[in-house]
Design a protein around this ligand. Structure first.
Ligand SMILES: Nc1ncnc2c1ncn2[C@@H]1O[C@H](COP(=O)(O)OP(=O)(O)OP(=O)(O)O)[C@@H](O)[C@H]1O
Length: 381
């Protein structure tokens, strides 16, 4: 449905602009630096990353609000933008792209009713493309019902709660039945509770209506909950692209592991390898794990261990149990839905997260077990 290929967008920074004027230098910031991805029909694709990584610029380029330096953007096989060397540039104006957009600030029209806010994008269509009054009424009614705003159709838009206003902004984007919906941090102005409930609502809607969407957020939980695929961005590049579970369980770098959730990082050396099965030395002994990373024997690496992949018990399992280590509990913290134990193993401290029914007093000697399938190898930064 959406294909973005080799997208590049650079800007002159404020200071850089002044310097360029004085010296003639053309120093540029590459906000998006050769980004490629595809989104299949019905998928929710998320661009995730810290502030300034280029996610908004990527989305604005798809929307037609930024003009990229080069690359291709196609929706449903139609080129919306194409600038390739030696070819004539194709650039469809934003209002001709027919895409739905919802941004951080809901930008609803305050002087209009809920109904009119949603009807407006249809009413302003050119003659010939504008649906009849009856059809507009039907389409608006349907979208308002989906967004559970039908009872408020006659109310002035400003007299809605924050969550209702955000649903209205979504309704207005959906009424044009866009082939692609672009969402830029649409929930970030809402309080935590509302944000969470709208997150699930968005997911339900996305499933029910099968809308293809591109979602921009810096909130990792939101990305994991909502997306079919996540692209983690850093400094204008996509550094990992995959299903939420893959990104979480098999981060390909320390940056991804740290940005999404928390991790223990243990320096290690690759001792042996048989396909995807690795033996590394870490914690003063051998550690077995599975990894799709291609790392040579002898290389220094870092093992990334999610706290919930660490099991702590007071009795050894022994026998053939892999990756079992002796340790001592240093601290424990009750988090309500889980208990964290920090365990000293040799020179290192490892954080374990487990069921709150298992709570072990600090000072207790314990056994720590690490599941080989839940460990990942990341390169040393
Ligand atoms: N109009 C502009 N002029 C100059 N630099 C810009 C402009 N827009 C973006 N940038 C720069 O491009 C880089 C990427 O910005 P972008 O807004 O895409 O990041 P982001 O990941 O969406 O961040 P945020 O979450 O803070 O919105 C940043 O370094 C930013 O300062």
């Amino acid at each position: 449905m959406l294909r973005v290929e080799n997208l590049v967008k650079s800007f002159d920074g404020e200071r850089r602009r002044r310097r360029a004027a004085a010296t003639g230098a053309t120093d540029r910031v590459f906000a998006v630096n050769d980004v490629s991805f595809t989104v299949s029909e019905g998928d929710m694709f998320t661009l995730l990353g810290p502030s300034g990584c280029g996610k908004t610029t990527t989305l604005r380029s798809i929307a037609g609000l930024e003009r990229p330096d080069s690359g291709t953007i196609e929706v449903g096989g139609r080129a919306l933008f194409r600038a390739l060397e030696g070819q004539r540039v194709v650039s469809v104006a934003a209002n001709e792209r027919g895409l739905g957009m919802v941004f951080q600030s809901y930008a609803i029209w305050p002087h209009m009713s809920v109904f009119d806010n949603v009807a407006f994008p249809l009413q302003v269509r050119r003659r010939g493309q504008r649906p009849s009054k009856r059809e507009i009424g039907e389409r608006v009614g349907r979208v308002l019902a989906t967004m559970e705003l039908d009872a408020l159709a006659g109310r002035q838009a400003t007299k809605l709660s924050g969550g209702q206003q955000q649903r209205l902004a979504l309704a207005r984007a959906l009424v044009i039945e866009p082939p692609l919906l672009l969402l830029d941090e649409p929930l970030s102005n809402l309080d935590a509770k509302l944000r969470e409930s709208l997150r699930y609502e968005l997911k339900r809607l996305q499933r029910e209506l099968g809308i293809t969407s591109v979602y921009v957020t810096h909130d990792q939980t939101e990305a994991l909950v909502l997306s079919s695929a996540v692209a983690v961005m850093r400094d204008g590049n996509i550094i990992q692209l995959g299903k939420p579970r893959e990104i979480y369980q098999k981060p390909n770098s320390r940056f991804v592991a740290e940005f999404i959730g928390t991790s223990n990082f243990i320096p290690a050396k690759v001792e042996a390898r048989d396909g995807e099965r690795y033996t590394v030395t870490a914690l003063d002994g051998p550690l077995e794990l599975n990894s799709t990373a291609d790392i040579a024997v002898g290389a220094d690496v870092v093992v990334s261990i999610r706290p919930e992949a660490v099991e702590v018990g007071t009795v050894p399992r022994g026998g053939e149990t892999l990756n079992e280590w002796k340790g001592t509990v240093l601290t424990r913290a009750f988090l309500g839905e889980a208990v964290d134990h920090v365990v000293r193993v040799g020179e290192r401290e490892i954080r374990a997260r487990g069921n709150p029914s298992v709570s072990i007093r600090p000072g207790t000697d314990v056994f720590v077990r690490l599941d080989p399938d839940q460990l990942s190898l990341v390169p040393v930064d």
